[in-house]
Ligand binder design. Structure first.
Ligand code: ADP
Length: 349
């Protein structure tokens, strides 16, 4: 059996090894970075250290040994560990995607402020400008791309090995963890899993060549978000907030997080900025006035857009067609298109 073993079969066997404390296996979580045959026989396996606890690495090494030796009869293998510090500390360790010109993250300090709505409409608006665009739904806690783009039961097609093709809809290439879990599956993720999954999505998706990849980040400013911001070679980040004070405080944390990792801040999008009465045209600033502006001034970053609160916007998202596609002349769609132009203008040459 061992004579016929390929790197692929070793990888398959490693799917039996669970990450301690998690339901998922180390291949799914991206903990196994590569399995390559060695010239003199056997395999070299690269394991990504996702924790500083030595006990975990030892446990994994034992479990891998057991699985390979007793499971598929492979005794010759070398286990290498990529150190956490090296990965996090070096700029060069960041994931860059060949063929993708710019990677832009859409982030928020807390959930429910409309981050995914902004990411989806921005991606579509960029596509409408004639650019090629991908959207990576890295919001592991609440993946919304499947619903917002109405992809139904469609699943990414496998391209052999670990690779798969994104699903294309409305001119945008889409990948979401929701495609793999089903929209309604409850997802409870913690640090190393989020990192592993997003890394894997980035690297294993066949994006082809594209001008922009928009990354819809998980909300918040915890370890997972920080690591993601560090791991992906971002050309810019957009912070979505509502004008309310609490959301603003959270947004401020997000701004500081991106500063900490030296990621260029493109600016703030103030969502649910105001309500415009469809009958009389009067504006009602439900969540307070000018919060996003104040923050932008204080932090010396741009206020990129003010998006009104609109039932049409919510409905379009719920019904699987972003508003920019459904009704391109809607005032909110025009705001998203202006946002797209500003994002393009802010990119380096
Ligand atoms: P987040 O990604 O920050 O959790 P979502 O984009 O999923 O937020 O938005 C949360 C809910 O609010 C969704 O139902 C969405 O349709 C709705 N929503 C977002 N922005 C607006 C808006 N400007 N007007 C009306 N509804 C909105």
């Amino acid at each position: 059996m061992a004579a016929k073993a390929s790197a692929q079969s070793v990888l398959e066997a490693l799917r039996q090894v669970k990450y301690p404390g998690y339901q998922d296996d180390i291949v799914t979580l991206g903990i196994i970075e590569e399995v390559v045959p060695k010239a003199g026989g056997g395999f070299s396996i690269l394991l990504r250290q996702a924790t500083e606890r030595d006990g975990v690495i030892q446990h994994l090494a034992d479990a891998i040994h057991h699985t390979l030796v007793h499971g598929i009869g492979i005794e010759e293998f070398e286990l290498r560990v990529r150190k956490l510090e090296a990965e996090l500390g070096e700029k060069t360790g960041r994931v860059r995607l060949e063929g993708t010109k710019y990677i832009v993250a859409v982030a928020s300090g807390k959930g429910g402020v409309g981050k995914s709505t902004v990411a989806a409409n921005l991606a579509c608006a960029l596509a409408q400008l004639g650019l090629s665009v991908g959207l990576l739904d890295a919001d592991i806690y609440g993946p919304s791309v499947p619903m917002m783009f109405g992809t139904g039961d469609e699943r990414p097609k496998s391209a052999g090995g670990q690779n798969f093709y994104p699903i294309e809809k409305y001119g945008v290439k889409l990948i979401s963890i929701g495609f793999f879990l089903g929209e309604r599956a409850p997802v409870i993720w913690r640090g190393p899993m989020v990192m592993g999954a997003v890394r894997q999505f980035l690297k294993d998706t066949l994006w082809g060549t594209q001008d922009f990849l928009i990354v819809d980040l998980p909300p918040g400013t915890g370890d997972a978000q920080l690591t993601l911001a560090q791991q992906v070679s971002l050309d810019g980040a957009i912070i979505v907030t509502t004008p309310q004070d609490v959301a603003l405080l959270d947004a401020l944390r997000a701004v500081r997080m991106f500063r900490q990792v030296h990621c260029p801040l493109l600016g703030v999008v103030e969502n649910m900025s105001y309500f415009e009465c469809p009958d009389c045209g009067e504006r009602d600033e439900l969540f307070g006035h000018g919060g996003g502006e104040r923050m932008a001034v204080q932090e010396r970053i741009d206020l990129l857009a003010k998006i009104p609160i609109q039932t049409d916007l919510r409905k379009a998202g719920d019904e699987g067609m972003p508003l920019v596609i459904r009704n391109p002349s809607h005032p909110a769609s025009i705001a998203f298109k202006d946002l797209a132009r500003r994002v393009v203008a802010a990119m380096p040459e």
